[in-house]
Each structure stands twice: as C-alpha cells, then as structure tokens.
Design a protein around this ligand. Structure first.
Ligand SMILES: [Zn+2]
Length: 71
C-alpha cells in the first residue's frame, strides 16, 4: 500500500500518527519502531548501505533486510 495511505505501523500494528520509513526494509513504521531501529547495532550499516544506494542512483533499493530481532 502507498506510504501515505497507511493507517497502521507495518511492524507493531499501532495506529500511525507520525510515519517514517524503515532503514532496514521498505516498511512504513511509527516513531517507537524507528527508535528501536536506531538503537540496533546494524542501524549504522543499514544507513551506510542506503546512502550508497542513493549515490548509485538505485531507486529500487529496499534495504539490507530487517534484523530478525526487530520483527
Ligand atoms: Zn510501530
């Protein structure tokens, strides 16, 4: 579904008031889930990989994948 049409967080199912994109995959997530991502040890690597994809002009980049412990 479209990013702005989503009513609930892809990860925890909570109603979205503020929405943001996951750094690990293409989920639309709430700020609580975003905070959990930012605290994850792989977050820096995910952010770096995303920057490189942007530099490559890779519009289909969908992240390094969600770490199993964040599911
Ligand atoms: Zn959430």
């Amino acid at each position: 579904m479209d990013f702005f049409q989503k009513a609930n967080c892809d990860r925890c199912g909570k109603k979205l008031t503020v929405r943001t994109m996951s750094m690990f995959n293409s989920d639309t997530i709430c700020l609580d889930c975003k905070k959990k991502e930012e605290a994850h040890p792989d977050y820096v690597r995910a952010r770096q990989a995303e920057r490189e994809a942007v530099r490559r002009g890779d519009g289909n980049y969908s992240g390094i994948g969600l770490p199993p412990d964040l599911r």
